[in-house]
Design a protein around this ligand. Sequence first.
Ligand SMILES: C[S@@+](CC[C@H](N)C(=O)[O-])C[C@H]1O[C@@H](n2cnc3c(N)ncnc32)[C@H](O)[C@@H]1O
Length: 273
Amino acid sequence: MSSPSYEPRSDVDLSVPSAARAYDYFLDGAHNFAVDRAFADQVLDIAPSVPAVAKLNRSFLRRVVKFCLDQGIRQFLDLGSGIPTVGNVHEIAQQVDPASRVVYVDYEPVAYAHARQLLSGNPFATIVQADIRDPGTILDHPETRRLIDFSEPVALLMVGVLLFISDEDRPGELVGRYRELLAPGSFLAISHIASEEAGPELQAEVARLVGAYAAADEHVYVRTREEILGWFDERTSLVEPGLVCLPDWRPDNPSEASSPARLLGYGGVARVD
Ligand SMILES: C[S@@+](CC[C@H](N)C(=O)[O-])C[C@H]1O[C@@H](n2cnc3c(N)ncnc32)[C@H](O)[C@@H]1O
């Protein structure tokens, strides 16, 4: 069976808001345009918790990278990396070991362009513009091959990205296709939006958020903890504390524990056996 082909978008269309650039705006980043801010402001009106969730997610990513570095990992494949803003994976990793290697992947032209600019002159970090639904292109890409040695442990980061993958595109199988290439001792990190533990007001916010993204032709899928848990297969072991609300994963900032947005996302990391 042949895989569908997913051509990365090559155009920067400033008349259409982008999820990546709106996310950058929610993180107080500078890589967004008027069309993105207008869209983000509409989202804020109907779902004011979104920037808090974005920040909790980014903070989870930072702790995951530090955890992986502590476990001796020096290779990172970051799928759906977004626009490089402060506290990026390569900054954290290369602070600990300047020879840490990082391959970012995003299909968004502005994320790609900014990352290229930011990473020029960095021999150990790069970005590949590709759709994560096309693992072959990413894994065979010369830049991935240049920096990642799949015979050694790798941290595979799927943080805040699988919410953009529809059920038809089978996110669990997709995770599996990357997972099967990872050497024992690798780590797989996933975070995802959720709302099942939240009260009715927050659930309504999430439903309105999904509607707003759909209207902008950027579909967001909310999943249950059980569904996300199913993407970690039997050949991986979740590290403590398992798949939990984002600020509960190896917390290092007590103020996040009381964030009202804490119930709107799960994160977990598994070791590849
Ligand atoms: C919410 S941001 C997450 C950024 C970063 N991983 C983090 O957690 O802070 C999601 C990113 O995934 C990218 N993305 C969504 N679907 C994608 C796909 N199918 N292939 C590649 N990138 C994708 C978007 O362009 C966006 O930059």
